[in-house]
Design a protein around this ligand. Sequence first.
Ligand code: HC0
Ligand code: SF4
Length: 579
Amino acid sequence: TINVKVNGKALTAYPNETILSAARRHDFYIPTLCELADIDHTPGTCRVCLVEIQMPGQANTHMVTACNTPVKEGLAIETRTKKVRDMQKLQVELLMADHLQDCATCTRHGSCELQDVAQFVGLKENRFFDPIRVASREVDHSSPAMVRDMTKCIRCQRCVTVCRNYQEVDALVVTGTGLDTAIGLRHGKNQKDSTCVTCGQCVLVCPTGALAEKDETDRVLDYIYDPEVTTVLQFAPAIRVGFGEEFGMPPGTNVEGQIIAAARKLGVDIVLDTNFGADVVIMEEGTELLHRLAERKKPTITSCCPAWINFAEIHYPELLPLLSSTRSPQAVVGAIAKTYLPAKMGLDPKRIRVISIMPCTAKKDEIVRPQLGEDGTPDVDVVLTTREFARLLKREGLDLNTIEPSTFDNPYMSEYTGAGVIFGTTGGVMEAALRTVYKVVNGKELDQIELTQLRGFEGVRSATVDLGGNIGEVKIAMAHGLGETRALMEAIKAGEADFDFIEIMACPGGCVDGGGTLRSKKQYLPYALKRRETMFGIDRKAKVRQSHNNEQVKALYRDFLGSPNSEKAHHLLHTFYTD
Ligand code: HC0
Ligand code: SF4
């Protein structure tokens, strides 16, 4: 180890460790805006982590950036001298010179890392603000899912790193030099026409409001306060285990009951569960899988993750025939809510507006796909991310902490099984599908409902599962994160991956860590395992744990669709992809 002093206190550091890392391990706070240890990112571009150091035996001191200066034996480090504080303040003031000053209108207001650091250094004035430069910065509204606002970018490049090294989409590049440096899409494209798949991982690591979901809370209020409209709200499996964090609850708290109650307080007419749609998806996709296995078509790849669909369409169009044609659970709920539900409840389908709460940015561009609607009317009208839903409740003066939990009351589309709920974590769709496929093949339930051998967390996992009957052993794989997905797709193309069924989730961890979830400052995906644990706990306690045993799903087939993969089911619950 290496001996150093921080603010006069002796402590030990590791060889090759940076000053920032050593100080942090010993609870000395040094502000920074670009560094993000979780994604191994220390570009040293924000220059806020300035500290004053003195080499052993030397009288003079130097100012250095702590994030990329290694410790040395005998080094004395000062983090709070007047000189350090003044220079940090000046550095933040310089960052603010080229930053839109209108914090009150920003989606990041109240959770912005730049605001935090400005408070920390005690910034009181903005002497260098250059409105003309800021006005010349690009704001890209082309995507239905996300906004890229360069008037708020501090060029930390975290987004470039996550997109390039983790998602391996590599859509983002640094453009320009010097004062003109910015972040853009490759080849000067706008977001919509670029190779971006709107997974939103870059949004999760952005320290400011430069990258954000497209805020549609106003549109939801328009629907809710329109007396002519019947509002139907669905929320995704992962929402109930990640939403409480937006209101300061411990990570992974199950707030399903509070969400239902909050939606009613907002004025939503009918509250449904996307989990119901997940159970329907298993009926459709499971049936499709069995047909494809019989025809020796393989692999079949899941189709519920919209950033994965975007990725396949843009980056692997030659593999599109392998994708299941079954729509995602959110799309299924949308289609059923505008056909079966009004028929059952005596509602006018034209007056129904479906609102989805999703942990995902890509779900916003999923709903504008023309094939997910009827005669130009979308099945789902608007998607709010977890973050926007929190913003909406706060706008309406609702605090999740003080809301009494409630329960679902819709008799047609709100019941769900344990299989439906685990969709939200990597491997869950696979596990849910196998529970049902096993029953179809063998006429009896799996002895062991929990397929714990599938529950690892490695980026790509594979297994061989004996489905018995006329099917026998099938080889399956699950990937989460697009970097891992790319590796798997390359292996398939090279003929080196012999799988029957593959689950893909574009976000590392699956939906519980989607690009629409809480932005946890200074960390990348810290709550994945807690949220996942809660999800498995909900499944374990569920009275019904297999999709085919969902009574409301059975009624849907009996009264409306006929059987899985029927003509009507095909029309309403299946889709196609385009390259
Ligand atoms: Fe997911 Fe879904 S599980 S994609 O991760 O399949 O967003 O939670 O809603 O649609 O059910 C997200 C989560 C969903 C869908 C479901 C699937
Ligand atoms: Fe890259 Fe995903 Fe961000 Fe698009 S949304 S730029 S693919 S990280």
